[in-house]
Ligand binder design. Sequence first.
Ligand SMILES: Cc1ncc(COP(=O)(O)O)c(C=O)c1O
Length: 414
Amino acid sequence: MQTALADSAALEDKDSPLWWQRDDLSYIDNELHFAGHKVQNLADECGTPSFVYSLTRAKSNLSRIHSALRKAGFTQNYRVLYAMKANRFAPLLTGLKLSGLCGIDACSPAEVELAVSCGFAPEQISFTAGSLSAEDYRVLNRFKSLNINCDSLHAIRRWGELRPGSSIGIRVNPGVGVSREGNERLQYAGKASTKFGIYREQFPEALALAKQFNLTIRRIHFHTGCGYLTAQLPQLDQVIKNCMWFVDQCQHIERVNIGGGLGVPHHATDGTLDLDAWATLLFRHFEGKPLQLDVEPGEYVMKDAGLLLLSKTYLEKKADTLFLGVDAGFNIAPEPAFYDLRFLPLALNRGAGEEHPVTVVGNINEALDVFYRDALLPDMSNATYLTLINAGAYSSSMASNHCMRGQFREYLLP
Ligand SMILES: Cc1ncc(COP(=O)(O)O)c(C=O)c1O
C-alpha cells in the first residue's frame, strides 16, 4: 500500500520530468512499472486500448483522506463517499465496497442501481442530481433509505409530493466556487449563474416548500468545482463560510456535505494537494458543532489509479510537428479535450537516448482530438505502445461511441 510519505516524496522535485513517479508507478531499469506489473506485459496481455486500474492505489488514496481527517480531529463524525461518476467499473465498485473505506455519491438512478448491485446499501449512498424526470423519481423512490439531496425548488416539491414527512438534504449554491486554478470550465458556482443548487435568494422559498410538505432538512450539500490543489484552499475556506449561512437557517441539520473537488497534479508544477492543511481547514469549521461531515471525492480516489494503454499507429512529421498517432481518441478519455487537462504520455521503455517533443493525437476526425502537445518522449520509432497517466477518472465513465470508435477494455489490478 502507498503511504502519504511515499506520495509526497515522489513529488518533491517539481522540476523533474519524472515528477509523477511514486513507488507504484515508476521506471525500473528503464521499463515502466505500474501496480507491481511491467506495463509492457500489461499491454501485451490486455490489448489496446485498455484502461488498467489499481485497486491498491484507489484504496491508498482513500486511506490518505481518512488519515488526514482523523489527524485533524474528526473521529466517527464523518463519511467518505466515493463519487462513482468518476469511474463506475463494477469490479472497482465491488472492491471499494469490500474495503469498507467509503460509501457512494451517485448522480443518476442508474448509478444508484449499480452501486446497490455492487453491494452498497442505500443508506451508504448520497444522491445529488438535477433535472430529474418523473421516471427518475419513480426509481429513486424504491430506495427508501437513500440520502436524497434536492438541488432545486422543483426537486423539493416533487420529493415532497412523493414522500411527505420524510427527511431530505438540500444542495445549495454559495455563489463562490473552488476549482483547479484558472480553469473556469471546472467551476460549478461563481460569478456566472449555474444550474447547481439553490441560491441564498431562493432559500426562504425552499424552507417554506419543505415546511409545506412536512420535510425535515437534515443535510446541506454543495459541490462548487473540481481539481482544487493547495493554493486554492483559501477559496475552499470561503465556500464553506458561505455555506454555513445555509446551515444556520435550518434547525435540524445533521450533516454538511462539502462535495468533491480534491485535485491531483497534471503538470510538474502542480504539486500534490496538502491533505493535512485541507483537513485542518475543515475541522476548524466543524469543531464544537453537532455536525457530521460528508466528503465525496471522485478524481482524488481514481484519477491517478488508472492508465490508458494505447498502441502507436504512426509517427510522422507534419509541418514543424512530430505527431504520434494512437489507436483511441478523445472520445474515450475526454478530459484533455473538454477541460484542457493534459494526460501525460509515457514511453513504456525509456531507453537511454535524448527526448524530443512529440504531439500525441487520437484516431477521431475532430480537431480537438489531441491528447498532449509537445510531450517530451524518447525516440518512439520502434515503440509499439504508449500509455497515458491520470486516466483512471472521468475517462471510461465519460466515453462515447463517436465515429463508432467507442470500444475499449477495462481491467482491475488487485
Ligand atoms: C455533486 C458532486 N459530488 C462530487 C463530485 C466529484 O467531484 P471530483 O471528482 O472533482 O472529486 C462531483 C463531480 O462533478 C459532483 O458533481
